[in-house]
Design a protein around this ligand. Structure first.
Ligand code: ACO
Length: 384
């Protein structure tokens, strides 16, 4: 092993930082063996049963459930047109992109552009970061919906301050008020995706914040990490797989062949959970309810068959990404919007982690174990 200069005794850890604890945190707890997920100590099952996405955002950012007065003020601010609307120049920028630009690329670039229009972009005080978090959480659904409209050649729909974040997003996509079931389903999906401890995108956001960079930069880092198919991009890949299978009658044979071919199965497996992801059961139920409402159960049937076979044969379990897409598809949402929707929720968690990181900061700067050459000589180009 090469002498790395600072520390000759390199503490080797498992690849991919598996099981490495890199910081304390009071935001989110996962029990990977019991399949429990807590936000600020509250079981996500209870939040699904009793809470709303808006209240969960408050809980993550402030560390406690709001009083009625606090919640009303928070919901009012999150719904205000002044916070939800995009600067006309942002819409003009969106119109410049090729229509084939993916929604995730638009979101990554759009969030970065929003920073240029935020009056407190460079202010890292807790108060300013909270205000920016609120604006960005309110703006991201408008950005995602605006691109969907623009790429289809339609004008963006202005946000409706009377609707919840979930209801307003669905309204801005289609221009029509969503059904109560669609609104509640979407709200629950947002609750379930809001935070998940030191997952890859949150860690990316924290690493960025730890350089004393700003909230928007942290969120852009998070979006970049979320995009990959091993993380948030898996929900899109699941739907592409379901579309390939098409017919529930083909599902069992298709998935058995995929297992035999050692294909990586999207929507299954997790770094922390050793049982089914506790979020999957809620999304399975919601996808089933929506499928029944639109009289099309084929996606859910395919996914149920796949889940049974993979669990029995591989002993890996569904994660959050397996059933979410079936619910979104039943609402008529385009497949490549699934990961931006994940980000619209996870921004709440990223912001909570940026706030926590800034509250007790130290630069995050690990080492590598150097395995390269140590005595290589510079060879002039004429001699190579
Ligand atoms: N399909 C096939 N095999 C799998 C899967 C899977 N989805 N997940 C794990 N395995 C197997 C691996 O082949 C490996 O087997 P081996 O030891 O015989 O080689 C073993 O389980 C461990 O797999 P790793 O990839 O080392 O596990 P890791 O903890 O690094 O990966 C991950 C976790 C990336 C989530 C993985 O399970 C995966 O690729 N899943 C599919 C993508 C996905 O659904 N991602 C979303 C995760 S949830 C989220 O980020 C929101």
């Amino acid at each position: 092993m090469a002498d790395t200069g600072a520390n000759t005794q390199v503490n080797l850890i498992k690849a991919g930082l598996e099981d490495a604890v890199v910081s304390t945190s009071e935001i989110c707890f996962i029990d990977g063996h019991k399949g429990r997920l807590l936000y600020r100590g509250i079981d996500v099952d209870d939040l699904v049963a009793h809470s709303t996405f808006e209240e969960v955002i408050y809980l993550l950012w402030h560390g406690h459930l709001p009083t009625r007065k606090e919640l009303d003020a928070h919901v009012k601010a999150l719904s205000a047109t002044a916070n939800r609307r995009l600067a006309p120049k942002i819409i003009s920028i969106l119109r410049l992109f090729p229509k084939k630009t993916t929604p995730m690329e638009i979101l990554r670039t759009g969030v970065s552009a929003l920073s240029a229009f935020d009056p407190e972009a460079g202010d890292n005080s807790r108060e300013a970061t909270l205000r920016k978090s609120l604006r960005l959480t309110a703006q991201m659904p408008t950005l995602v919906a605006a691109w969907e409209r623009i790429r289809r050649g339609k004008p963006p729909v202005a946000p409706n301050p009377k609707l919840t974040l979930a209801g307003n997003f669905l309204y801005m996509l289609s221009g029509k008020k969503p059904t109560p079931l669609a609104t509640r389903t979407f709200d629950v999906a947002l609750i379930l995706h809001a935070d998940h401890e030191f997952n890859a995108s949150t860690f990316a956001a924290r690493v960025t914040a730890a350089t004393l960079s700003d909230l928007h930069s942290g969120v852009v880092s998070g979006i970049g990490a979320l995009k990959g198919p091993l993380h948030g991009g898996a929900n899109e890949q699941v739907m592409l797989m379901v579309e390939k299978i098409k017919d529930p009658a083909r599902a069992e044979g298709w998935i058995k062949k995929a297992i035999a071919d050692k294909v990586r199965l999207m929507g299954f497996g997790h770094r922390v959970y050793r049982v089914e992801d506790p979020r999957a059961k809620h999304l399975r139920r919601l996808a089933t309810e929506l499928g029944e409402q639109i009289h099309n159960m084929s996606y859910v049937e395919i996914l149920n068959t796949i889940a049974q076979v993979v669990t029995a044969e591989k002993h890996i379990y569904p994660n959050v990404d397996l059933f979410s897409g079936a619910a979104y598809a039943a609402m008529g949402i385009a497949t490549d919007q699934f990961t931006p929707i994940f980000a619209m929720s996870r921004v709440a968690g990223w912001a909570a982690h940026v706030l926590e990181q800034h509250g007790n900061n130290r630069l995050i700067r690990p080492r590598s174990e150097y395995t390269g050459a140590t005595d290589a000589r510079y060879v002039p180009i004429s001699e190579r």
